[in-house]
Design a protein around this ligand. Structure first.
Ligand code: GLN
Length: 184
């Protein structure tokens, strides 16, 4: 099984390290050839506006959207979650739009821009959640399951084979979510 980790911008190395610790075979996706033959996709955190532009510039946009729409298992964190959203409440742009939800960027404000909390995620107890200028999910569409909450907001969802998180499991030693992702 080959995991394609988008390496256009942001915190992709941390995902690769986590997946390698679980024995997975990873490829860095930087252009439209790199995505050929992958079995799963990871969209890392970083800056969604930059990543969105690079998806178009590299010619990866259409292929990526098609693969996710067709059911390729995808793990998206933070900026990656923003790229999957069908709508953004405080930004006129949308990107891959494969997951029916409304997302607010940089939603926790300046004071709470970055924080850590532990909670239940996808049934995993006491999961460490690291938020960095994180978005949260304001609304979810039909078929979208909420899998994590923080400060009264939805911070994780699952929709078909897509898992989208506001926080960064790849920045912790807890590999339970990555392990789950490899199992779907
Ligand atoms: N605030 C960033 C954005 O809007 C996301 C932050 C992150 O990925 N850590 O793209």
């Amino acid at each position: 099984m080959k995991i394609g980790v988008f390496a256009l911008q942001g915190a992709f190395i941390e995902h690769i390290n986590a997946l390698k610790r679980l024995g997975a075979d990873c490829v860095e996706i930087r252009n439209s050839d790199d995505i050929i033959g992958v079995d799963r996709l990871v969209l890392p955190g970083g800056e969604s506006t930059v990543q969105g532009k690079l998806l178009h510039k590299t010619g990866l946009f259409e292929k990526t959207k098609d693969l996710i729409d067709q059911g390729m298992p995808t793990l998206a964190t933070c900026a990656g979650l923003i790229l999957l959203a069908s709508s953004l409440s405080n930004d006129e742009n949308t990107y891959l739009s494969t997951l029916p939800m409304t997302v607010k960027r940089n939603a926790f404000g300046r004071q709470l821009g970055s924080y850590e909390e532990r909670g239940k995620v996808l049934g995993f107890e006491d999961f460490p959640m690291v938020f960095i200028r994180a978005p949260y999910i304001e609304n979810i569409g039909d078929g979208v399951e909420r899998i994590a909450e923080s400060k009264g907001h939805i911070v994780g969802v699952k929709y078909k084979s897509q898992i989208a998180l506001s926080f960064h499991p790849e920045l912790t030693d807890d590999l339970r979510l990555h392990e789950y992702f490899l199992s779907i």
